[in-house]
Design a protein around this ligand. Structure first.
Ligand SMILES: *Cc1c(COP(=O)(O)O)cnc(C)c1O
Length: 366
């Protein structure tokens, strides 16, 4: 129950053990083609350009940054925690002029603060972390994207901890670039960087004046590959993670079978159930209640409890994660509830936490 890698479906894992086809084998090309086509349904992005590349979520962030930024471009980072900080570090490498809109820990910057900043200069793009995995905060992508569009700037959404679990509608919300990875709500072992770029996003990309400063990440190298695979033609740039693509094909099939909207609803039900139980145990979320994600929960340790409780919870059969945000690292822990998670999983988790708290109480009494 950590916020990634999550627990994977058995059928997805089984795909990993199948014989590895050549990356140009017609049977593999067929699988890749279907996967690219179906990915659009996961992102609710009918005409988007998907990219599936070997790497982790950070690579997807790097691809978004280096393909859209040219030296001196102004970028705005809506900062909600560690993964927004990471975007800042990436943009620095590519010579962007970075401005950040910050907020209190556990909150999101207000829409008016964001708009006040956007009107100050000619921004090329704004980045938003949909679910910040360091705080469990959920950003209102729809509202921020609306502001960005009003002022004609591109939106990049880091959906690593959200896409496939939280409500996300790329077309409807007018998001240009969204990105994720395999091992979180997408439900596939680590190793894939995944992006979806809107038509407008690709048009802006084509207007670049300078060369992309990263060879492996360059869309100019990957676009012909993605187009070829989709059209069932063989083409090579760098060897894809063949077995992970099998697994992704399977995981997406399962997501679509469940239905994306039912999936979003299931995440919400499980999250609400978990958060309600935690509040009954007097555990407070790091995120403001009205700005909390549904794919994970970040919780402060109660009085007199520290990270040694994680070992106790583990002893009760459930693995949860420690803190990540440097400001409060040792004061809170994180629970992931995304992907194939069901009610039984969450009841077992609640009971493991309850038992651990009880054993600490008993220790104090004796
Ligand atoms: C996990 C995560 C990342 C980084 O992904 P890696 O696969 O670890 O590189 C980036 N952004 C968010 C929001 C994440 O949760």
């Amino acid at each position: 129950m950590i916020p990634g890698p999550i627990k994977f479906d058995k059928d997805v894992l089984r795909e990993m053990s199948k014989p590895t086809l050549g990356h140009l084998d017609p049977a593999f090309v067929e699988i890749f083609s279907e996967t690219l086509k179906n990915l659009r349904k996961v992102f609710f992005c009918k005409k988007g350009q998907p990219f599936i590349v070997s790497g982790s979520g950070t690579l997807a962030m790097e691809m978004a940054a280096c393909n859209f930024v040219e030296g001196g471009d102004h970028v705005l980072v809506v900062n909600t925690g560690c993964f927004s900080d990471r975007f800042v570090s990436i943009f620095e490498r590519y010579g962007a002029n970075i401005t950040q809109v910050k907020c209190a820990l556990g909150d999101t910057p207000s829409l008016s603060d964001i708009e006040k900043e956007i009107v100050k200069r000619e921004y090329k793009l704004v980045t938003i972390t949909h679910v910040d995995t360091s705080t469990g905060v959920l950003c209102d992508i729809k509202a921020i994207s609306e502001i960005a569009k009003k002022h004609g700037i591109l939106t990049i959404v880091d959906g690593v901890c959200s896409i496939g679990g939280e409500e996300f509608y790329q077309d409807r919300w007018d998001v240009d670039i969204s990105l994720t990875t395999s091992q979180k709500p997408i439900g596939v072992p680590p190793g894939l960087a995944i992006l979806m770029v809107s038509k407008m996003g690709m048009e802006i990309f084509r207007k670049r004046k300078t060369r992309v400063k990263n060879y492996y990440c360059d869309f100019n190298n990957w676009l012909p590959i993605m187009e070829s695979y989709e059209n069932k033609e063989q083409k090579y740039f760098a060897t894809p993670s063949v077995n992970l693509i099998y697994a992704l094909q399977q995981s997406i099939k399962k997501m679509l079978k469940e239905g994306m909207k039912s999936r979003f609803k299931r995440h919400k039900i499980i999250s609400d159930l978990f958060k309600k139980s935690m509040s009954e145990l007097k555990l407070k979320t790091v995120s403001k209640p009205e700005k909390s994600a549904h794919t994970m929960t970040a919780l402060y340790y109660p009085e007199g409890v520290d990270k040694s409780i994680l070992v106790k919870i583990r002893g009760n059969g459930v693995v949860v994660a420690g803190g990540l945000h440097p400001a409060i690292k040792d004061r809170y822990f994180r629970v992931g509830h995304m992907g194939i998670v069901n009610k039984k999983d969450i009841f077992i988790t609640i009971s493991a936490i309850k038992k651990a708290l009880l054993s600490i109480e008993n220790q104090k009494l004796s």
